[in-house]
Structures are given as C-alpha cells and as structure tokens.
Design a protein around this ligand. Sequence first.
Ligand SMILES: Cc1ncc(COP(=O)(O)O)c(C=O)c1O
Length: 444
Amino acid sequence: MSLDPALETILPRTAGATAQGHLTLGGCDAVDLAREFGTPLYAFDEVELREGAREWLTAFRSSYPETTVVYAAKAYLGRAVAALFAEEGLSLDVASGGELAVARAASFPMERVYVHGNNKSPQELREALAAGVGHVVVDNFREAVLLNEIAAGMGKRQPVLLRVSPNVDPHTHQHITTGTLDSKFGVPIATGQAEEAVQSLASSPGLELAGLHAHIGSQIFEVEPFQQTCKILIEFAARLKHRHRFPLLSLGGGFAAQYLRDAPAPSRAEYAEAIVLTLKESCEAYELPPPRLVVEPGRSLVARAGVALYSVGARKEIPGVRTYVAVDGGMADNVRPALYGAAYEAVVANRLNEEGPRERVTIAGKYCESGDILVRDADLPKLWAEDVLAIPVAGAYSLPLASNYNASLRPAVVFVKDGRARLVRRRETYDDLLRCEIDNGSAD
Ligand SMILES: Cc1ncc(COP(=O)(O)O)c(C=O)c1O
C-alpha cells in the first residue's frame, strides 16, 4: 500500500505503509515499534538525518565550498545523534556545559564545536577550553573579559566569534525571535557597542577574534531576513576592515521546517542560493575577501526525521462543542503547542489509508493543564482506545524541552533504519525520578 502523497512532505523520506495500512518508518512498522518499546515513543529515521545533513552540505558547498555546516544541538541532542552528525562531517553548536558533556560522551571532535550562550558561567567556559573546543561565540562584554582571563590563565589563545545583534526582524514567533535590537542575545551593531566589543576582543591576549556571528530567530520561512543579516554583517566588517579581519562569518540557524501539509518551507537549496548570492555580492561591493561561511541549522536537520508515537486512551464528547481524545503523552514530552501555539498534524498509524467518515477532534495530552493540547482540530477516522497516533515532524525542540511534569517519565527514543530499530535512549523509570532525591525529610 502506498502512502498518501500529501503526507510525504511531513513524514521522513523512508516512511511507507504496510498492506494492512500501518505506517512504516525506516522500514519498521510503527505499530510494532509502539508495542515493543511502549508509548510515548520518539522514532528517528536515520536516513532522513543523514540525507538532511548531506543536502545542507551540498546546498552550500556546490556554490560556496568554504562553508561549515554546524548542527545546533539544542534542537535535539543525544549521543547517537551527535555521533551520526559527526560521521556526516557536521560541526556542533552547544549552548551549555551539559550539551558539551553529551558531545564529549559521543566523542564529537572538539575542534568542530562552537560554544554559545548569553550567560556562560566561568565553569562552563573553563570546561569548554579544557575540552579544546574550536570556537567560543562571545555574547557580551563580561564574557569577553572572563574568557580572556580564563584563556590566559590556561596559557591558551582561544579562537572566538563575536555574536552581534543585527536588528533584523525575521517575521517569526516573538518567543523565537533573537536578532532584533531588544533582545538578550548579542552585542548590538546599531548602538555602536559591537564595534567596542570588537576592539575589546582584538586587544585581549587570550583571545583570537576569528569572526562575527548572528542568529536572528527560528522557523523563518523567508530568505530575505538571512540576506539582510548577511549584508549588515558584511557592511559592519567592511567598516572595520582597515583595523580588523573577520575570516569567519556565521549566520546562525533558523531555517524553517514544514510541520503542516499546506505550509511548505523553502528548500535547503533555496536558502543556500539566496545567502551565497548575497554574500558574494556584498563582499564584492565592499571589496572584502570572501570569508568562510558558517550556518547552524538545528530544527531543519532533525524535525522531519522524528515521529512521536502515542497510544490513544480516553475520549470526551461535549455535544455541540468539541470532542477531546487523549493520548498517553502531551506537554511533558512536547510542550511546543502549549508554549507558543505550535501546530502539528496527526496520523492514525494503525489505520493509515482508511476511507470513510472522519471526525474533527482535539488531541489532548494526559497532564494536569488545560493547555495540554497537542493538536487542536484534527480531522481523523474515529479514534478508539489503543489506536496508535503518530505526530509527524516531532524531532526538534520536543525532547530537549521535555519535563517530568506530573512526575512523568521521559519517553524512549529509537533510531530506525532498514527495518531495524535501535533503542538509543530508554524510557525513564520511577527510580530515575528519585535519583536526585537525597533527603527524605524524616528525622533520624
Ligand atoms: C545560536 C543559535 N544557532 C542556531 C540555532 C538553531 O536554530 P534552528 O533550530 O531554528 O535552526 C539556534 C536556536 O535557537 C541558536 O540559538
């Protein structure tokens, strides 16, 4: 049985359907995965992850060979995904000591690591330098001073990028906008502070100013904000060109993923073509040598590769108002709908191509918040308890934002490929919940 072509855009590229109408992912029957590993379950398609990485590399390097593609680990990090992207030749953006620790546990090459964060602690900076990370992306004046002291104390000269705030509006959700003037991230160019920060970094003996960085937001559907950012950074570099060189130019991430059948995002090639064109034109216009280009896709590398599987449970019909169907997960494993109204589709994994009547339902989670809704109005075949519900495009910013709300257990993660499923993270247990509790409060 073939997959409905409309679904192909939001499922991993290896998705298919069995003769019985079950969804398959990486050649594995999704219903079998749910039975074997339990639900909620996050299944990542290895081919989608690898092909996505290759497509990003090709998209840029075919017209601009001097490009580094950095995976922004905050979108989803575990040892398996870090190791996979290391094999594919990507670099890694880590935004905390914890992300660095996971990268180290995956033996990710440290020289390919970029350390981000708007308030890195002295300990995080020391850990990063001791690990031998390639670049630290300095976010503010205090960090510049601190890092210089730490590097000098360790007898190092640490390559750094300066994160600037270019004042570009990427036209995305306010919570995921980062490059406007009123932002906690980066040193503003418009106020003259970025120029001051450049002077400060350039005169720091423990630091080597390797370039500029900007990240303007996430889930950006237009190419123009990236082009605008690129122009602003090149114009800034050109203004300072007689005093400083910036061999590296990072435009951050933020490339959109397609979550809904009718909301396509630009292709990797379209983003790359637009950025490279602007970069080349701007460098020519300002007579600057073309820098090494760095891009940091996160979401767009993992979103479509991940599918969340849930079991259907309770149902509540409110005549004339709404029908709620609850699943065994929700905001504890995916808070995005509750946090900023993110929209998903749902697919009945055990009755994929079922013809016949559909009903409009709201897919609710099982947690104690009315806002714990996964999909607001889904048109699906009538759902029964024990149906397996798949939420496509669940690979980004769901597990990293997962919590133990209601003392729930964070889900297991499997990687699927060629009909085989590899458990890369087991489901948490009650013992995991209690692992950090060291005092039960009772008097001895
Ligand atoms: C500095 C930086 N780079 C890259 C990214 C990745 O963004 P996205 O997942 O939207 O591609 C982020 C996300 O917040 C970020 O803060």
